[in-house]
Design a protein around this ligand. Structure first.
Ligand SMILES: [Zn+2]
Ligand SMILES: [Zn+2]
Length: 419
């Protein structure tokens, strides 16, 4: 029979890694809550048109990477490749815009893209994202960036840089796009094949090309931030001033782009050099055109998404581990086992992490198990002790031990082992 295995690009999270994962997820919950964001959970499966309309028909994601299939009723459905489109769909469907604006939402969950397996990328990966919908004020940009900075500060990940840029708006982008095309026109021969195509379809994306030859060409290319209309210019200045007031470090990155048309004004990335080449751990920007593109009223918005897998890679080893086992109880014989069983339950009800060995197993074997579980304390209830109506409690670090009476055992234990 064929051995059953997880699909290529789909990964199990096993004990050890999962605990660290949960710790990051709860850090997300606490931090995003403190900044006034509410959680939203959208389905992983959506109508395909949601993504073709929001991400764009001609992007790599839509053309090659989406898990799209026909549902039983013949309609095309897709496993979500990113989170923002679904959040905006939910915002419109449930008329969240009727609440006082802006609406501040965050999500965390799996996304699906059929990436080439040799790139070492996962096909089910996980993202955390936040969106502020309904407000054009540059203060919202600063608020979102302050959340991003503070979150990463708390993870203990070092060596991160917040890079920002402005992409302009439907007023100043077209003339900039023309300036950019003029610049590349005379250099078309030195660009890679992909960039040759991008020249007509989306010249801004040439700035994003990772190929060395293209990078040399783009170095001197005109920057969008130097071609902003007065409104975009004022907005970008206000964002920088806001970051200065909060003393948040950032650097201006004149060629940071977002590939999609609905992105406007502020674009940003949190990058690291720890994973080899310069890599983004989080990316986002203002998308004042998306709500309208999905059939809603013109509504400004800004958001970001960050990759859980990358965060986990960068997370310092020692951090975000749950406390180890607090108490291991070693009953020797059935009488002791029966006596300790309700004690185990009572301690767990108090939130104390504890475990009990098999009453039929020898002490040596039970102590081995306690060691393997890295128990802070071990309780030994041998026949001799039980006869004397007491148990032994041993501190595994100091090796100090004491006797506790069987009466009021739960209180006695918790008084001794409370962290
Ligand atoms: Zn503009
Ligand atoms: Zn290129």
């Amino acid at each position: 029979m064929e051995k059953l295995k997880a699909l290529k690009g789909f990964k199990d999270l096993l004990p050890g890694e999962s605990e660290r994962w949960d710790a990051v997820a709860s850090l997300v919950r606490n931090t995003f809550h403190a900044f006034g964001f509410s959680p939203v959970r959208t389905p992983v499966l959506e109508r395909t048109t949601l993504f073709t309309r929001s991400i764009g028909e001609t992007t790599d994601i839509v053309e090659k990477e989406m898990y799209t299939f026909e549902d039983w009723d013949g309609k095309a459905v897709t496993l979500r490749p990113e989170g923002t489109a679904s959040v905006v769909r939910a915002y419109l469907e449930h008329r969240l815009g009727l609440h006082p604006l802006p609406v501040k939402l965050y999500y965390q969950g799996p996304m699906f893209r059929h990436e080439r397996p040799q790139a070492g990328r996962l096909r089910q990966f996980h993202q955390v994202g936040a969106e502020i919908i309904g407000e054009i004020d540059p203060k919202q940009d600063v608020e979102l960036l302050s959340l991003l900075s503070h979150f990463f500060e708390q993870t203990g990940i070092s060596g991160l840089t917040l890079e920002i840029n402005s992409l302009g708006c439907p007023l100043c982008r077209p003339p900039y796009r023309k300036t950019l095309q003029d610049y590349f026109q005379v250099r078309l021969g030195t660009l890679c094949e992909d960039c040759g195509r991008r020249f007509n379809s989306n010249p801004l994306r040439i700035l994003d090309c990772k190929k060395a030859t293209c990078k040399t060409v783009t170095q001197e290319a005109p920057a969008s931030a130097d071609h902003l209309c007065p409104e975009c210019e004022t907005h970008f200045k206000a964002v920088q001033e806001g970051l200065n007031v909060l003393k948040l470090p950032y650097s201006l990155s004149k060629h940071l782009v977002r590939g999609l048309d609905y992105y406007t004004k502020t674009a940003f990335e949190m990058t690291t050099t720890q994973l080899g080449a310069q890599n983004a751990v989080a990316a986002g920007g203002r998308f004042d055109g998306l709500v309208e593109a999905l059939g809603g009223p013109a509504t400004p918005a800004i958001g970001f998404a960050m990759g859980m897998e990358r965060i986990m890679q960068l997370l310092p080893e020692s951090q975000h581990e749950l406390p180890k086992l607090r108490l291991f109880m070693a009953p020797l014989g059935e009488v002791a086992g029966q006596h300790l069983f309700p004690v185990l339950y009572a301690l767990r009800q108090q939130g104390i992490c504890c475990e009990m060995g098999k009453p039929s197993a020898a002490l040596k074997r039970q102590m081995k198990q306690a060691d393997r579980l890295e128990a802070a304390f071990v309780l030994i209830a041998g026949e001799e002790e039980m006869a004397a109506e007491q148990v032994i409690l041993r501190n595994m670090r100091t090796k100090a031990q004491l006797h506790l009476p069987l009466s009021n055992l739960v209180e006695g234990i918790s008084a001794q082992i409370a962290p």
